[in-house]
Design a binder for this molecule. Structure first.
Ligand code: EPU
Length: 300
């Protein structure tokens, strides 16, 4: 099926924090023909489209959302093409899971992504958030991104024409040669990787995962770090020193492993999560006069 439409989908079933009320509908698109069909039906669905990947960086409110969740299901194995300069271009669909891409590249002897070991999410969300970990930002490896808009269809956008920042990506469709658009969906991306020994790549991945497991609640229901690190500082350390670590409200808590992670310990609500988030922000402000900015995408 190129396009599958489901009405009344619960965001708590689509997010790793397991929070969030119903969205109007969900459109799962598996191929380019499905995108054409989506462009036709979208205006009639009556909600704002929201691109959703693995939902691993999302805090969605408990109430109903006038949203159409758009999910790319193009998750075929990545395609490789060797370049004259010795690098390899790796083309991956937005629906492919990041851990699967990392495993594939390790086996193929392609290095560059190892820092992202243990980062959940799919290619689309990873690029859209410029996921980063242990010195690697996904955006730094992107050669080009293929985006879809209902008005313009699919277009390739070179990395140099896009803006990548700290957990930030903007394809800058309103400028230059692109079309202006409110909604865009990442459909696929191409990465530039370099050759290395599969064993050496595996060792680096294992070391990164061990570090992550020792310092982050990797198996808890969370959305990763909730606040951005202020320049030259660490939100986790600030929250910890402000006494927020382990603070609970109902089924939600700031992790006892890493203070910048909100975790759903079971039966938590978004209202509790949002109250805790503001509590953490206020405690850090009181103690350090620093304003923490949310990193997690909050859907009110
Ligand atoms: N720290 C504390 N208490 C805590 C947590 C951390 O004192 O509860 C201290 C640590 O001891 C360390 C410092 O804070 O000295 C920094 O901590 P850590 O090394 O764990 O890294 P981070 O800055 O908190 C960032 C990213 C993570 C990413 C790691 C590894 C942000 C907001 N966080 O965390 O990304 O995995 O570096 O590269 O940029 C995410 O994006 O969701 C995320 C988790």
């Amino acid at each position: 099926m190129p396009l599958t439409l489901t009405h009344d989908v619960l965001l708590k079933e689509r997010t790793t924090l397991r929070l969030g009320g119903p969205a109007l509908a969900e459109a799962v698109v598996s191929c380019a023909a499905g995108l054409d069909e989506l462009a036709r039906v979208l205006p009639g669905l009556g909600g704002r489209p929201l691109a959703l990947g693995a939902g691993s960086n999302l805090l969605a409110a408990d109430g109903p959302h006038a949203l159409i969740l758009v999910r790319a299901a193009n998750n075929a194995p990545a395609e490789l093409s060797n370049q004259p300069d010795g690098t390899t271009l790796v083309r991956a669909g937005a629906g492919l899971r990041l851990p699967r891409l990392l495993g594939f590249c390790q086996r193929a002897g392609l290095a560059g992504l190892e820092g992202l070991t243990g980062v959940p999410g799919r290619i689309g969300g990873g690029v859209a958030m410029n996921a980063g970990s242990y010195g690697v930002e996904l955006g730094s490896l992107v050669s080009r991104v293929r985006l879809w808009t209902p008005e313009g269809g699919l277009i390739w956008r070179e990395a140099k024409d896009c803006a990548f920042g700290y957990r930030h990506f903007d394809p800058q469709l309103g400028t230059g040669k692109g079309t202006s658009a409110n909604f865009w969906l990442i459909w696929e991306a191409e990465f530039i990787l370099r050759a290395d020994e599969p064993f050496a790549i595996r060792k680096r991945m294992e070391a990164n995962y061990a570090k992550k497991k020792a310092t982050q609640p990797v198996t808890a229901k969370s959305a990763g770090c909730v606040f951005k690190n202020p320049a030259g500082s660490s939100a986790g350390r600030l929250l910890d020193e402000a006494g927020v670590k382990g603070k609970r409200l109902g089924g939600m808590a700031f992790s006892t492993v890493h203070a910048n992670f909100l975790v759903n310990e079971g039966g938590g609500t978004a209202a509790e999560a949002l109250e805790l988030l503001e509590y953490g922000r206020a405690m850090v402000f009181d103690r350090f006069s620093m304003n923490l900015e949310t990193e997690v995408v909050v859907l009110q």
